[in-house]
Design a protein around this ligand. Structure first.
Ligand code: NAP
Length: 303
């Protein structure tokens, strides 16, 4: 389940093991990476590669060895039956093993301008996009107060002339060490008790600034910036498995051993179980691990 880096790598490995995998795309074929412009940190592409192209290549590679990609969304899953029973767009399907690589979505601010300027200066991943020329030596703005926001802000100090960290409260949620490191950095200016109410400039088709409102005083201000990095958390796509698999308090699937979950035959890979690394290459590695674990599981139950 899933055609991001984790799902397609699991597909590649299970296909090469002659397991004839069926790969469900979900509603976002190619996963989150297809929404990124240039991926510069996936090993093997020294010039960088367009996110959509990378995912297309991964799909082709898996298909070359026999993976069957099906456009479809999982609607229901009875993971505890044997074989596992799935419902995909109304149709039933049975399988002996199931690899969940359903990913996670970025939490959005919910502004219309945020959607319209996505990839035009609004981004959800500093590691992916921070080094792009449009952000070099420009003021940049990060929204959020957790570890992700701190990590993004610190990373962006390499590129931006200044990094504003806009948080809705007057203290960071981030771990102490990250918070201290962030607040001690000369290039980072925290803006407390504030929310972004609009991102400028939709008409120009690029980010030129952001409107902020101090939620304590009601005072509004406009800050010039070339990028808005939204880092207000992720939402793992695991709603269907609540109450069946072990999920942590944020909804991420907790593997029991390697890629195995608490249900035999069900494995997990990528961002739906990883809130720490969340990189294309780590998701691919987890997909590989899940495929190997699934293959060994099948060999064990058939022997
Ligand atoms: P998080 O800890 O949930 O923090 C999200 C932040 O965004 C919070 O400060 C929250 O504000 C703010 N926020 C949420 N919704 C908002 C909205 N609609 N408008 C404005 N602000 C909003 O998420 P995270 O930073 O992605 O971290 C997730 C997990 O991964 C955490 O367990 C974290 O420790 C871990 N992580 C660790 C590292 C690391 O160790 N290097 C790096 C990244 C992530 P409030 O504070 O007011 O709730």
């Amino acid at each position: 389940m899933g055609t991001g880096c984790a799902g397609l790598t699991a597909a590649l490995y299970t296909a090469r093991a002659n397991l004839n995998p069926l790969v469900l795309t979900g509603t976002m074929p190619g996963g989150l990476l297809t929404t990124t412009s240039i991926v510069e940190n996936f090993p093997g592409f020294p010039e960088g590669i367009d996110g959509f192209e990378l995912m297309t290549r991964m799909q082709k590679q898996a298909e070359r060895f026999g993976a069957r990609i099906q456009f479809g969304t999982l609607e229901a899953a009875d993971l505890k039956s044997d074989p596992i029973k799935l419902t995909i767009d109304g149709d039933p399907l049975e399988t002996k093993t199931f690899i969940i690589a359903s990913g996670a979505g970025h939490r959005h601010l919910g502004l219309e301008s945020e959607t319209k300027l996505e990839n035009k200066g609004v981004t959800f991943c500093a590691t992916c996009d921070g080094a792009l020329p449009m952000f070099r030596d420009q003021p940049l703005l990060v929204v959020g107060g957790g570890d992700s926001a701190c990590e993004e802000a610190l990373y962006l100090t390499r590129f931006g002339s200044k990094v504003y960290l806009v948080h809705r409260r007057d203290e960071l949620r981030a771990s102490k060490i990250m918070a201290e490191r962030t607040l001690a950095h000369d290039t980072i200016e925290p803006i407390w008790n504030s929310v972004v109410t609009d991102i400028l400039d939709v008409e120009k088709g690029k980010v030129t600034g952001a409107r902020l409102k101090n939620i304590k005083t009601g005072k509004e201000q406009t800050l010039d910036c070339a990028g808005v990095f939204v880092a207000i958390g992720h939402i793992p796509n695991t709603q269907l498995f609540k109450g069946v698999l072990d999920l942590d308090e944020n909804g991420y699937i907790v593997p029991t051993k390697g890629a195995a979950t608490s249900v035999p035959g069900v494995f997990v890979a990528g961002d739906c179980s990883d809130h720490v690394y969340r990189q294309a290459v780590t998701a691919a590695g987890m997909g590989c691990a899940a495929a190997i674990d699934a293959e060994r599981y099948l060999a064990a139950i058939q022997s």
